[in-house]
Write a protein that binds this ligand. Structure first.
Ligand SMILES: [Zn+2]
Length: 477
């Protein structure tokens, strides 16, 4: 009944607008020096029929690919030159994708039937939410504005996101309005609001540092981000000011080449965390692998009682939400091209990797903050992995009694084939499993013998090509 009423109201308002003379229509079909592209319209819905802000990967007639979004109400209008296109609709790692091939002619408008994407994994219902910790808009060196990046976050299936432009808080007043947007509807049909959080990437000559939760640290502290005589003091000042102001401080992409890296590991304890996965490459590849290995070392320092626990974080470091790829990229001629191509193929570009955090009850800024700080999280570009020892999850400590073994419960979801699930104890791989996915799911309990107080366990998921995840540790205490 309600739907019919709305339909009637829309019809009336349409007629009124049509009669008001407020719209001018121009017929250009007779001119030959102008090209009017085809118009393609439609919308994307969840399996339950709710609006679903989604990504659309357009494959052009020449093979080029570009990712755009539906609007926030899940509708889209595309203007395309004549030719055959494939439109692939996606909603991040937890939903099915759907491809539609369409041949269009200029001057014509095409309405595509509603596209329905099914939710294959409902992380939120188990308290696991996905978010972005590192991204840029045109307020610094990003290509798009705040609204575009917000919609892109939601269309990638994220529930929260920090905006972290370089050394500026200018975009944040607009960004935080994103908390009024619905990211998803839960299984009962209730809205889950997106949580848009403030941040800034403090960019200096001796490293980049995240201030997650507060965007105007620089203004408050009068920090000089240019290399001083004594960088050690400057870095410590930055780390401490971030924490004093109530934010989370992380060391970003510590092994990035050129001036972006970080070389002052004696100061690690002044920070709250370390970004071991920055951008495209999983942490078993290139400079991110070095960051992971360094993080394992720091966890061993913690086990020895010499350092506090530093949780791992990740960041897409996104500067462009379109992920525009030339047809030539499909040849996978370089690692970089192949990785981008594969992310698109999997329908998960962009905002990957993202951080999955565990939150008890309603999703709030404070709970997200605490989950990141305590390491109740894992890093992923697709595979969803929950591991627990007697209910203790990442960042938590299982109280070991007299027993010399523990049972680790594993719950894995992935739309991509998984080659290996590794259980890592104190930095060493102690068990490798080849999980056979059954309906995208693998559940098992693995007994680990010869355990002792202080041990820590990390799970690493190596998927088909780019699919990858790594967790924060579960401790024995
Ligand atoms: Zn950045």
């Amino acid at each position: 009944m309600k739907k019919i009423l709305i339909g009637v109201l829309l019809l009336i308002s349409f007629v009124l607008v049509g009669c008001s003379g407020g719209i001018t229509t121009e017929d250009n079909s007779g001119t030959d020096n102008l090209t009017f592209p085809a118009t393609v319209k439609g919308r994307v819905l969840s399996g339950a029929g709710d609006m679903l802000t989604a990504g659309i990967i357009i494959t052009y007639p020449n093979g080029d690919m570009e990712r755009v979004n539906t609007n926030i109400l899940s509708g889209y209008t595309l203007y395309l030159e004549e030719g055959e296109y494939t439109l692939t609709f996606s909603r991040g790692m937890d939903y099915s994708t759907k491809s539609v091939t369409i041949n269009v002619e200029n001057y014509k408008t095409y309405y595509i039937d509603d596209v329905r994407l099914n939710q294959l994994y409902d992380g939120a219902s188990m308290g696991w939410y996905l978010g972005a910790l590192h991204q840029h808009t045109s307020f610094s060196d990003g290509k798009q504005g705040v609204e575009d990046v917000l919609v892109s976050n939601i269309s990638s299936g994220l529930h929260f996101g920090y905006l972290t432009d370089h050394n500026t808080a200018a975009g944040l007043a607009e960004w935080v309005q994103g908390s009024r947007l619905v990211s998803e509807f839960d299984s009962a049909g209730n809205p889950i609001y997106f949580v848009a959080m403030r941040g800034v990437e403090i960019t200096t000559d001796y490293g980049h540092f995240q201030s997650l939760g507060v965007g105007n640290v620089l203004e408050q502290a009068d920090i000089n981000p240019i290399k001083g005589d004594v960088p050690i003091d400057e870095i410590r000042e930055i780390a401490q000011e971030i924490v004093r102001s109530g934010a989370i401080s992380t060391i970003n992409h510590p092994f990035a080449t050129s001036v972006l890296g970080f070389n002052y590991w004696d100061l690690a304890g002044d920070f709250d965390g370390i970004e071991i996965w920055n951008g495209l490459y999983p942490t078993n590849r290139n400079e991110n692998a070095k960051a992971r290995d360094k993080w394992f070392e720091l966890l061993e320092e913690y086990r020895a009682g010499n350092l506090k626990f530093l949780p791992a974080t990740c960041g897409a470091d996104n500067h462009d939400i379109t992920g525009y790829y030339k047809a030539a990229y499909a040849d996978r001629s370089t690692d970089d091209k192949a990785y981008k191509d594969d992310y698109l193929r999997r329908g998960v570009y962009n905002n990957m990797p993202s951080l999955a955090v565990y939150v008890d009850g309603e999703l709030t800024e404070e709970k997200i903050h605490n989950a990141i700080l305590n390491g109740n999280s894992y890093l992923t570009n697709g595979p969803r992995i929950i591991a627990a020892i007697e209910g203790m999850i990442y960042g938590e400590t299982y109280a070991l009694g007299q027993e010399t073994f523990v049972d680790i419960n594993l719950d894995l979801f992935s739309q991509d084939e998984i080659l290996e699930l590794r259980i890592i104890k104190n930095g060493e791989i102690i068990e490798t499993i080849v999980p056979m996915l059954d309906g995208y799911r693998y559940q098992n309990t693995i007994r680990i013998d010869n355990v002792s107080l202080g041990d820590w366990f990390v799970i690493e998921i190596i998927g088909d090509y780019t699919a990858y995840a790594i967790t924060n540790p579960i401790f024995l205490g």
